[in-house]
Write a protein that binds this ligand. Structure first.
Ligand code: AMP
Ligand code: MG
Length: 385
C-alpha cells in the first residue's frame, strides 16, 4: 500500500485501474453528457451540396451587372438545377438553396439585382466536414453541439460508454436518514445526497445504500452485497485515524488497500482498494472533503473533467494560507471583471461546512508549501453548477 501520495500519483494509480465499459447506442436526443465509446465518422458531407448562405441572386462572376435577366427562383429544398446558365441569366435564390449549374457567385438582395457578386457567399460542399472524416473522437464528452454535428453528418444515435453502477455507502453511528427526527448527537446524512448528484452528473448510476452503523459485521455484510452488484463502491466516513474508522481498518487488515492518504487539504485520508475484486474508494466523512476528493480523484477516473470544472487563473483579493506540504483546496467565489477573474474566499473554510460549497463556486489549487499574498494569482477549478 502506498501512503501520503500526491494528488497526481493518486490520479495515476486510479487511471491504471480502468473500468470495463460496455458500449450502448443512444439516440441523439438523449446522448448529451455521455462519453463517446468510438470515433464518429461523417456519413455525408457538410454541406452536402454547394448552397447559398444568403437571400439574393445566383450569378456569374464575369457577367455584366446591367444585363442580368432573372429567369426563375430557387428555394431551399429544391432539386439542384443542372441546365447551365447562359451569360446573362441569373436566378433569384434563397438561403440554403442549391447553387444552379454555371453560377459561381452570389449577390445579396440588399445590394439590388446589379449588386457586387461575391464567391464567399457560396457554402461549398464538404467545407465544414467531408464524407469519411473523423468528426468526434473516442472519449469525447457529448455536448449539445456534438449531438447537432452528429445529426448533420447523418447519425441518428451515438455509441457511448454504458453507465457505471456506483454504490454509495454512508457510514457512521451518528447518521440519520432524511425525513426522520434528529436525535441528540445525530446529524443528517448529506454525503449520500451530494455524491448521488455528483455521480449522476458524471454520467453514472448511483445506488444509495442506507447509512451503515460503525460495526464490522454490518459494514462487511453491506460491502459483500455491494461488491456483487456494482462496478464501484464509494463509501463515506470511517477512513481516518478514529477508533471506529472501519473502512480504513477493514481494508488494511485484509491487505486490500492500494493507497491511503493523499497530500491534499481538505480531503487528506481517502483510501482506495478492492473488496472481493470490486474497486472500493473510501471518501472522508467530512462533507467538504468528500466533495473535493470526488472532484480531484473520482471525476478524472470515471468521467470527464469538462463536465465538472474549468481550470482558471484567478487574482485573489485577499491572501490565502496554503496547507503546508499539501495541495490546498480553499473554496473561493470567482467574479469576472474587466481586468480578468477575481477570487474571494467568502466563508469559514472548515471541512465540515457544506455551506461553503454553496456560497463559493471554485476550489483553489494552491501548491504545497505556498501561501498566496493579496493581489497574487492562483490556479483554481471553477466548478460548473
Ligand atoms: P469520519 O470520517 O467518519 O470520521 O467522519 C468525519 C466527519 O464527517 C464527522 O463529523 C461525521 O459526523 C461527518 N460525516 C460522516 N459521514 C457523513 C455523512 N454521510 N453526511 C454528513 N456528514 C458526515
Ligand atoms: Mg465515522
Amino acid at each position: 500500500m502506498e501512503t501520503l501520495i500526491s494528488v497526481a500519483r493518486a490520479q495515476e494509480i486510479l487511471a491504471s485501474y480502468p473500468f470495463k465499459w460496455a458500449t450502448e447506442e443512444i439516440g441523439l436526443e438523449h446522448a448529451q453528457g455521455r462519453i463517446l465509446a468510438r470515433d464518429i465518422l461523417a456519413l455525408c458531407n457538410d454541406p452536402p451540396f454547394d448552397n447559398s448562405s444568403i437571400d439574393g441572386w445566383a450569378v456569374q462572376l464575369s457577367d455584366l451587372p446591367e444585363s442580368r435577366i432573372e429567369i426563375g427562383t430557387i428555394f431551399a429544398g429544391d432539386q439542384p438545377i443542372t441546365k447551365s446558365l447562359n451569360p446573362t441569366e441569373i436566378y433569384r435564390i434563397m438561403t440554403g438553396a442549391p447553387i444552379p449549374l454555371g453560377a459561381d457567385a452570389l449577390v445579396m438582395v440588399e445590394d439590388g439585382i446589379q449588386g457586387l457578386p461575391r464567391q464567399d457567399y457560396i457554402r461549398r460542399k464538404g467545407e465544414n466536414i467531408s464524407l469519411g472524416e473523423v468528426a468526434l473522437s473516442t472519449g469525447d464528452l457529448v455536448t449539445s453541439s456534438s449531438c447537432a454535428l452528429a445529426a448533420t453528418i447523418g447519425h441518428k444515435s451515438l455509441p457511448v460508454r454504458s453507465k457505471l453502477r456506483i454504490a454509495i455507502i454512508p457510514t457512521g453511528d451518528e447518521l440519520t436518514e432524511l425525513g426522520k427526527p434528529l436525535e441528540p448527537g445525530r446529524i443528517y446524512d448529506s454525503n449520500s445526497i451530494a455524491l448521488s448528484a455528483l455521480i449522476r452528473k458524471a454520467g453514472a448510476e448511483p445506488i444509495i445504500i442506507k447509512p451503515v452503523l460503525d460495526s464490522e459485521e454490518s459494514l462487511h455484510k453491506t460491502l459483500d452485497y455491494c461488491a456483487e452488484e456494482v462496478d464501484l463502491i464509494l463509501t463515506s466516513g470511517g477512513v481516518s485515524m478514529g477508533e471506529k474508522d472501519l473502512i480504513r481498518s477493514s481494508l488494511i487488515e485484509r491487505n486490500a488497500a492500494i493507497f491511503w492518504k493523499v497530500l491534499m487539504r481538505p480531503g487528506g485520508p481517502p483510501i482506495f482498494g478492492h473488496w472481493n475484486g470490486t474497486p472500493i474508494f473510501g471518501l472522508p466523512g467530512n462533507p467538504v472533503s468528500s466533495q473535493t476528493v470526488f472532484h480531484l480523484l473520482i471525476v478524472p477516473w470515471i468521467s470527464h473533467p469538462d463536465i465538472f470544472h474549468r481550470r482558471v487563473i484567478v487574482k485573489m483579493e485577499e491572501g490565502l494560507r496554503g496547507a503546508g506540504n499539501r495541495l490546498c483546496l480553499r473554496r473561493i467565489q470567482i467574479t469576472s471583471s474587466e481586468s480578468g477573474l477575481v477570487g474571494r474566499a467568502l466563508t469559514h473554510q472548515g471541512s465540515g461546512n457544506v455551506r461553503s460549497m454553496v456560497l463559493n463556486d471554485a476550489l483553489t489549487l494552491i501548491p504545497p508549501n505556498t501561501n498566496i499574498e493579496p493581489g497574487e494569482h492562483v490556479n483554481a477549478l471553477w466548478l460548473i453548477a
